[in-house]
Design a protein around this ligand. Sequence first.
Ligand code: F6R
Length: 236
Amino acid sequence: MKFLAVENYEKMSRDAANVISAQVIMKPNSVLGLATGSSPLGTYKQLIKWYEKGDVDFSKVTSVNLDEYVGLDGSNEQSYRYFMDNNFFNHINIKKENTFVPNGCADDLAAEGENYDKRIKELGGIDLQLLGIGLDGHIGFNEPDRYFVKSTHVVDLHESTIKANSRFFANEDEVPKQAITMGMVSIMQAKKILLIANGEAKMEILEKAFYGPITPEIPASILQLHPDITVIYSKK
Ligand code: F6R
């Protein structure tokens, strides 16, 4: 594992964008695993700037997002599909039909999960997976549990996650209580993983996840077993 401590959010974002650009330059038809949330926003902004300058071309890239709220479709401003379109995809030349986000409105969410994993497999797996980390150690929406869940599945969000994510909603009651998330197999089979985190509040969980025991109670701790993971952390 490479652990890079950097001075601020801007540097974290630039470094992460550099890693992603390098991936796309070296393999133009890369499959990128992407995340939402506050952590990757700066990374996406930086990538958009470099795309506009002509430095990076996403026309052959395919993306698979980690997760989506159950019950929110892409027209809902709080959905992760909306987030990705508005903060990234609409500003670069990726083909929309090559961007995948789990469908949180599927009639059969179990089948949606199975198909999502099948699609990732058919794409040849993820070349580079970008991750954030929740304060409770979740990655994607794999919440602390008694076991690791392997496949894409529906989860009940934990109270702390609902609270943390309520900052994006009018109030806590509006936060969906369930999500559909990529499971640990697709994440762990990614050829490379890049985890970004910032702020003092994340320090304790990073320490537990990367230097403590590997346990499903801290889902990110499984990443210790990944052969090619880089963590970029900024305290500010
Ligand atoms: C989002 C996701 C989540 C976030 C995590 C951290 O797609 O998978 O695991 O990465 O909740 O969120 P932020 O970056 O907002 O602190």
